[in-house]
Write a protein that binds this ligand. Structure first.
Ligand code: ATP
Ligand code: MG
Length: 1007
């Protein structure tokens, strides 16, 4: 029953906001205050930013935007970052309205795009804005669900583009996870979109309890509601752990009487324990795909069963129905049997390596309460609506591909946000598993910091630059970019810096006043002093370095038999050179550390290698003896004899010379340097120092009795001035940073002929349709016609190098490639990338990663009709999930290429005159060298199943080889006879058609 306050608010709405009243009637729950506030703002014609925790009910606000649009006869676009979320939202809205009112546009799906309400991925809307789509007419509202994606490094820019480019008349409802700088983000929205109400609600509708599971006990993490005091029992567990560790480090207890450290709990035990405590369903986050699979297997081996027989039956039926379209022969390679066995017991993994269809079944069964324990990677925390009663976190660090990184408070919040289902659970639970060395204080820190800042990752891309320029012209484009959140945040930073500069300047003025000297201008005197001390230290550095150079040179000139006196270091004393230093010539840089010096025998009969460190001054040759040819440094007798000869030689020489070091015997070698004192300091520098000293002494302030006190202030003044100048340089770096990057991007595009001033050339128009990360490289490949003459499967292989990115590029072994034209085309692509990379470097940009050849083989074989099993076997690093995702991304890019190729057809039919990157307008030379040996093309690939294009009988006999042209197309190059090669656009289409097969069944739930 509604509270009186709620009843009052509802009746107020009925009078003042009838639409909201009608809308509230559609729900069987009462709205929370934050929902009401947000809806009222929308009714009042304002945009809203709603930042509230996961599962708090933000969708209601988006749905109200839909409602208002329909009531006003306008359109509403509901955007989400993920296709699966769009599908889900579309299904929800069709249930509420009907399929004529609601459409869906995701790239995969295009249903009723002209409907008044269209659910779409944010990218689709961005593309509509650039192409000026007619569907934008009558648009009144745009919902940006999960708007915090704006921080995503690879895709975030799309949200900013949409927010900046949407027509002014459109109201934006932005829905975000809780972020600590919602106000700042809201201020920006207000600035670019006009009136925006910011609604922040940090309250979790279902309270969250935090625990640590150690040994057999579940400890509360905090003992107070404010999350300020960590449970002392838990601290004692930690103390005991440290104590045992110190007592018997690294060794487990033996004999039963020695205390044992608590180890990481056994997974099946954890699940049973939570089951007994009534805390299922549970999601356990394990930050590795293999770890998730292993956990399921552990539970199966332990005989864990979380379902009743009739539930297992229901699960099996759903699973079978939802995977009915997957070909029978694929099931084994997909691990269907094991997957189903886990499901029947209520246990499953959930990660991006799994076939999407399997993942979706897991999500559905989990939501239905049939699957009760899921082991997931953190990808689950993004965008998938799969709440649980309990969330378990196994470890507080995760492997990010390079190192083990600690979980951030933001990530912790995101993960534990899944715990506690609104309307089902009274409370949610987060459980961190105890592991040796764990610090409860650190966990508490993560658990009590609730939010993280939303930071822009916006930067202008090549594609964005041509689109923006075509749409608004260079000058306006630049101005639009200045209004990005990225620049807004940079400016904010600048205003903070400016404050600091003002403060510093004020402090400097005060210092200047204190050091006033009635004898003269003290600041001038202080500058003189500073300059002098700077020059003096320059000079002494120069002296030291010239001494080092001398010493290095003298060492390099030592010859076997030279007797020297080692002046310092641990080897000080007399020695005879056995072997020259390894660097025969002195290092060109006198300041460089010396290389290994000569090998000597010391007076103490030790064989040692000297280094420059032993010679603060040049080495002096005192005398010379002959080293017997048979001398072996390893023989103690030889060492003894040689040391004795050295002493004898010196003894016989010294009395004659009266104790002075003897002159080195002249061996007629002009190269031998005279032993000279260190080189005098550079004369000019020395003169400058004397001159400065003279001026300082003559300065009126020099004789002031308060000189040293003034000098102290002056020193502080100078330090502050240096600091302030550095801050000012940083400020200059930040202002207009986005527009300046845009200018550099445009410079590259002008250089290559994609832009000509405000004009987007035909090449540029093609680039405008390529939204991939490697946009410019794709456009260059098209312009240079690197893909002409390829058949569909070959094209798929080549284009995959742009769409695919290995998860661990470092581990990648040399990729397998099909024979024929692919290796050649790929090396041309890699070469082109190298040229672009250089051009980027010259322009201080770095956007284009290198092409990745890791998917070419799989793409090629899939496009030629190989079975899933054989493709996966041929590419052992590829999981089914990676495979399906990569094929979909490849299809996306081929689609863009196919469309782009028809966008500016003139260039495609022009006589072949491609422009090389390094020399615009020069005709393409055949490559002089075979190109970088980046990979191993097929000739060295012994795989018998390698279907070379010239092989008339592909060894992947699929009943309906969708790429029949694969084995019958003519050779590449300007074929003079034979069938005319099909256009790039048609080839790309054919490749898409060949690859679509099966992918639908693998990814979409069929029903
Ligand atoms: N006022 C309410 N009272 C009760 N239940 C509600 C209320 N508002 C929303 N819900 C329910 O709460 C659940 C979660 O809502 P919703 O999906 O909108 O959350 P969200 O804020 O969008 O979370 P996320 O950040 O995960 O997207 C839904 O099942 C929804 O029906
Ligand atoms: Mg939501």
């Amino acid at each position: 029953m509604a509270t009186p306050a709620e009843r009052y608010s509802a009746s107020r709405d009925r009078q003042s906001d009838p639409e909201l009243a009608i809308f509230r009637g559609l729900y069987d729950f009462d709205f929370d205050p934050f929902q009401v506030d947000a809806c009222r703002a929308l009714s009042a014609g304002r945009g809203v930013l709603v930042a509230a925790p996961t599962g708090s009910g933000k969708t209601v606000v988006g749905e109200f935007a839909v409602h208002l649009a329909l009531a006003q006869g306008r359109k509403c676009f509901y955007t989400t970052p993920i296709k699966a979320l769009s599908n889900q939202k579309y299904a929800d809205l069709v249930r509420r309205y009907d399929s004529a009112t609601v459409g869906l546009l995701t790239g995969d799906n295009s249903i009723n795009g002209d409907a008044p309400v269209v659910v779409m991925t944010t990218e689709v809307l961005r593309n509509m804005l650039y192409t000026g789509s007619e569907a934008l007419a009558g648009l009144g509202y745009v919902v940006l669900d999960e708007v915090h994606y704006l921080a995503d490094t690879s895709r975030g820019a799309v949200w900013e583009e949409v927010i900046i480019h949407l027509p002014e008349s459109v109201l934006v409802a932005a829905l975000s996870a809780t972020v600590s700088n919602a106000e700042e983000f809201g201020e920006w929205l207000d600035q670019v979109r006009g009136g925006t109400t910011v609604i922040v609600d940090e309250h979790r509708p279902v309270p969250l309890w935090q625990h640590v599971l150690a040994g057999h006990r579940l400890y509360d993490l905090f003992i107070d509601d404010e999350h300020a005091r960590v449970n002392p029992e838990l601290l004692r567990v930690a103390q005991r752990d440290t104590w045992i560790e110190r007592k018997a480090p690294g060794r487990p207890g033996r004999g039963g009487h020695r205390p044992r450290r608590l180890s990481l709990p056994y997974r099946p035990d954890v699940i049973s324990r939570l089951d007994n405590a009534g805390l299922l369903p549970v999601i356990t986050f394990i930050f590795s795909r293999a770890g998730c699979d292993a956990a399921v297997q552990q539970c199966l081996r332990a005989g864990l069963r979380l379902t009743m027989p009739e539930e297992a039956e229901a699960i099996q039926q759903t699973a079978e129905r939802r995977t009915a379209d997957i070909p029978e022969e694929d099931l084994a390679v997909l691990g269907y049997g094991e997957w189903l066995e886990g499901l029947r017991r209520g246990i499953a993994a959930h990660h991006a390596g799994m076939l999407p269809a399997f993942k979706e079944v897991v999500e559905e069964l989990f939501a239905a309460g049939l699957v009760r324990a899921v082991f997931a990677t953190e990808t689950l925390s993004l965008g998938i609506n799969m709440p649980a009663r309990t969330v378990v976190i196994e470890k507080l660090d995760k492997w990010n591909g390079e190192t083990h990184a600690n979980l951030t408070a933001g990530e912790y919040t995101q993960l534990t946000g899944r715990a506690g289902r609104r309307g089902i659970d009274v409370e949610g639970h987060a459980v961190v598993l105890w592991h040796p060395g764990m610090d409860p204080g650190a966990v508490a820190g993560l658990a009590s910091t609730r939010t993280y800042p939303l930071n822009s990752s916006f930067r202008p891309s090549y594609n964005m630059a041509v689109n923006l320029t075509g749409w608004a012209g260079r000058a306006r484009a630049s101005a639009l970019l200045e209004s990005s959140f990225a620049q807004f945040q940079a400016d904010r930073g600048v205003s903070g810096l400016a404050r600091q500069v003002r403060k510093n300047r004020q402090a400097m003025a005060e210092l200047a006043a204190t050091m006033t000297c009635d004898k003269g201008d003290f600041a001038e005197y202080a500058d003189l002093r500073a300059l002098l001390s700077e020059r003096e230290s320059d000079l002494s550095r120069a002296r030291a370095s010239s001494r080092r150079a001398e010493a290095a040179k003298s060492l390099s000139l030592l010859r076997p038999g030279d007797i020297i006196r080692v002046p310092g270091g641990r080897r000080a004393g007399l020695a005879v050179v056995l072997q020259r230093g390894l660097h025969s010539a002195p290092h060109p840089d006198p300041a460089a550390p010396g290389g290994p010096g000569p090998l000597v025998l010391t007076e103490g009969r030790q064989v040692r290698r000297l280094s420059l460190a032993d010679f603060p001054m040049p080495a002096e040759v005192i005398d010379k003896i002959k080293i017997p040819g048979s001398f072996s440094p390893r023989s103690p007798q030889h060492r003894k004899d040689l040391a004795a000869s050295m002493r004898n030689r010196l003894n016989s020489a010294l009395p004659v010379r009266g104790g002075d070091p003897p002159e080195p015997p002249d061996r007629g070698r002009a190269a031998r340097p005279p032993i000279s004192p260190p080189a005098p300091p550079a004369d000019a520098a020395g003169t400058e120092v004397s001159e400065l000293r003279r001026r300082m002494r003559k300065h009126p302030c020099h004789d002031c009795p308060d000189r040293e006190e003034h000098a102290r202030y002056a020193e502080r003044y100078r330090r502050l001035r240096r600091e302030t100048e550095a801050v000012e340089r940083r400020m200059a770096g930040r202002s207009h940073v986005i527009a300046r990057t845009f200018d550099r991007v445009c410079a590259v595009l002008e250089r290559l002929g994609y832009l000509a001033g405000d004009t987007v050339t035909p090449d540029g128009q093609r680039l405008a349709g390529l939204y991939t990360e490697l946009d410019l490289l794709a456009a260059e490949c098209m312009r240079q016609r690197l893909w002409d003459g390829l058949n569909p499967a070959e094209l798929a292989a080549c284009v995959s190098a742009l769409s695919f990115e290995s998860r661990q590029p470092d581990d990648a072994h040399p990729p397998r490639l099909p024979k024929g034209r692919v290796p050649e085309a790929l090396s041309a692509m890699v070469r082109t990338w190298g040229e672009l990379d250089q051009l980027e470097k010259d322009n201080d940009l770095s956007f284009l990663r290198a092409p990745d050849l890791g998917f070419a083989w799989a793409a090629y074989r899939w496009a030629r009709g190989a079975t899933l099993e054989s493709v996966l076997e041929g590419s052992p690093d590829l999981t089914p999930g990676d495979f399906v995702r990569s094929v979909k991304q490849l299809i996306d890019l081929l689609d863009q290429i196919s469309k782009a190729a028809t966008r500016a057809p003139a260039a495609q039919t022009d006589p072949l005159e491609p422009v090389s990157v390094s020399a615009p307008n020069a005709s393409r030379e055949p490559p002089a060298s075979p190109g970088p040996a980046l990979f191993d093309p097929a000739p060295s690939d012994p795989a018998p199943s390698d279907p070379a294009p010239s092989d008339p009988a592909p060894s992947d006999p699929a009943p309906s080889d969708p790429a029949p042209s694969g084995s019958s197309e003519p050779s590449p190059g300007p074929a003079t006879d034979g069938p005319p090669p099909r256009s790039l656009s048609a080839t790309a289409r054919a490749a898409i058609d060949a690859m679509r097969r099966g992918v639908v069944a693998y990814s979409a739930v069929a029903d």
